[in-house]
Design a protein around this ligand. Sequence first.
Ligand code: PLP
Length: 401
Amino acid sequence: MTTSGATNWQEIESQYYMQTVRRVPVTLVRGEGTKVWDDQGREYLDFVGGWATATLGHSHPVLAEAVAEQARTLIQVSNAFFTVPQAELAQLLIDNSCMDRVFFCNSGAEAVEGAIKVARRYGKLHRDGAYEVITALESFHGRTLGTLSATGQPQYQEAFTPLTPGFVHVPFDSIDAIVEATTERTAAVLLEPVQGEGGVNIPSPNYLRQVREWCDANNLLLMFDEVQTGVGRLGTLFGYESFDVEPDVMSLAKGLGGGVPIGAFLVKDRADSLTFGDHGSTYGGNPLACAAGRAVMQTVLAEDIPGKAGRAGERLRGRMQAIADRQDSVHEVRGMGLLDAIEFSNEIAGDILTACLERGILVNRVRPNAIRLMPPLVITDEEIDRGTEILEEAIAAVMQG
Ligand SMILES: *Cc1c(COP(=O)(O)O)cnc(C)c1O
């Protein structure tokens, strides 16, 4: 169990933990800003950002203090009672979005589950029992049975059939496909404004507006899964602002707690179809998580974190494009804000990840041929420059074999 006196955590994991995640062989013990450290004391630049959750960076003093203070005050009560952090976070989200009401839960999947329940209830109330939700191929909506069924990636689904009925998958970025898939059974269209887990896929400029118009014309709900794009990631507080298209329902999670687990689904009045008894959660909206979300939202608003993320994203893509111009192995650079990808001509993303790791930078292999970068939104210019320098060294090293 020990190597040079240190505990071999990876060996313990491999013996005791379910083997469902193919892990990167690093045991992280500490983080600060955009940097993290492993149990051997090695420092890494973190371009995975806690899987796009580290809005304010690791161990941000305001967030750390908010969590500590709330832990000393009140962690959890029954949701039969009113609590202050929950009310304040709800107000912050509604006052700063196009939405009218919010419900808090604990994860992205739960937030999307809530949105799906809204769609089904809406169909019963306003669409003569319609229940189908149209979603996109290459989408990702979560790992619960409902959200897995919504997800348009068969490789995640095949082991768990039969899936939850009521989902229709269409190619992303095609309004014609949505028009064709719409029937009297359709209640809603569910889309990520930018597909994250699918490889960072940006729709054409008019797509989401056209979907909005189609939903309006046919009395369907437009639901944006903003679990990854929300809270500044795309350079606007919410992703829908980047496209100037307002959804009727929106899910949030990843960035909302800055790394503390919290999810939310939000509705406009016209979609506000859940009523007493329709939904609930033991931990959803608990004071601890909401205090974290409140601290994140207050800081994001006060320091214009979305604006900073937008400018940082431009710098990052500029640096990556320069790499693409020098390195034949790079096929394409794409992204928006700090949700970015670099696609290679061959399936070398795994090798690139390993070469990056050896050089002290963490990246995500989002496709066999693509690396995703989703660093903390507070990443500095120097960190972007240093990170992309290392990335280019890693690419060159892999190409030299
Ligand atoms: C990550 C993600 C989810 C699932 O969130 P979990 O917190 O892992 O359940 C759902 N939708 C999108 C768009 C995501 O990126």
